[in-house]
Design a protein around this ligand. Structure first.
Ligand code: DHB
Ligand code: FE
Length: 282
């Protein structure tokens, strides 16, 4: 049987990828932020999963206004790095997990989640920056990855409750897979940030901290937070946080908090990061 061993959440600020790729992580601006991930890199080295299901959003990099799936899963054996305007990041390709992905996608669709199936996909900073934060800059990523893209960039986005239920369905699907695999679910994006308009630069630390507390302790209530509240309190891009609810849903009713980090700012964003494990799993 496959197991969900942990949930990781982290912001996915594109400038963080640039800092890694250009060797700037020791600069004054970046050092405190990357220091917050030192624990996580060590923890990940000791708890590397066989597969990470990485919930992220494409920022109209591979998808666009023409086609924008609500939920889409990558079933391919590998995923190229998307060119977001400055050439693809100089990082290894992301290796997929076709057998588990095919099983999970089938289970979710039978469970009434109408996923789009992606047999070709190029992944953007939403997925690659979390990999860099958790693994640094290796020659080859130490885990296989199932990309799960969620539309948070174009109205209408899925509700928080739908995301939370999807996480629960992912848990059931993984547990029914006939294979001895450790699987993590990662939720990326957030926390508060707005990168355009009159409120560009908005950060709301008290709201972000409460979101982390509620995600850990009270997700059954948190799932009903309306999108308008995310936008008003956490900025127009703060709604990326609904992806953290998918990760939380996959962990079961109670969790242990292994690690928490919060740092302001990185580019325009409040960086938030959690490592959670299903209660009683260790
Ligand atoms: C920034 C943050 C994001 O999550 C993103 O997708 C793009 C830009 C930023 O802070 O610059
Ligand atoms: Fe983003």
């Amino acid at each position: 049987m496959a197991r969900i061993t942990a949930g990781i959440s982290t912001s996915h600020v594109p400038a963080v990828g640039v800092a890694v790729d250009m060797g700037r992580t020791e600069e004054d601006y970046w050092k405190p932020m990357f220091a917050g991930y030192d624990f996580s890199k060590k923890w990940m080295a000791e708890n590397t999963p066989d597969v990470a299901i990485i919930v992220y959003n494409d920022h109209a990099s591979y998808f666009g206004m023409e086609i924008m799936p609500t939920f889409a899963m990558g079933l391919a054996n590998s995923f190229e790095i998307c060119d977001e305007g400055y050439g693809p990041r100089p990082i290894p390709p992301v290796m997929g997990a076709p057998e588990l992905a095919t099983h999970v996608a089938g289970s979710l669709i039978t469970d009434d989640f109408d996923l789009t199936i992606l047999n070709v996909l190029e992944v953007d900073h939403g997925l690659t920056v979390p990999l860099s934060l958790m693994f640094g800059a290796p020659d080859k990523w130490p885990t296989r990855v199932i990309p799960l893209a969620v539309n948070v960039v174009m109205n209408p986005q899925p509700s928080g409750a739908r995301c939370f239920a999807l996480g629960k369905a992912i848990r059931r699907a993984v547990q029914q897979f006939d294979g001895d695999l450790d699987v993590q679910v990662w939720g990326t994006g957030g926390m508060s940030h707005q990168i355009q308009g009159a409120r560009a630069g908005l950060i709301n630390e008290p709201w972000d901290r409460k979101f982390m507390d509620d995600l850990i302790n009270d997700p059954e209530v948190l799932q009903y937070k309306p999108h308008l509240e995310y936008m008003i309190e956490a900025g127009s891009e703060g709604v990326e946080l609904i992806m953290w609810l998918i990760m939380r849903g996959a962990l079961g009713p109670e969790v242990d908090e292994v690690y928490r980090f919060y740092h302001v700012p990185a580019s325009n964003t409040a960086v938030g990061h959690l490592i959670l494990t299903p209660k009683g799993s260790e």
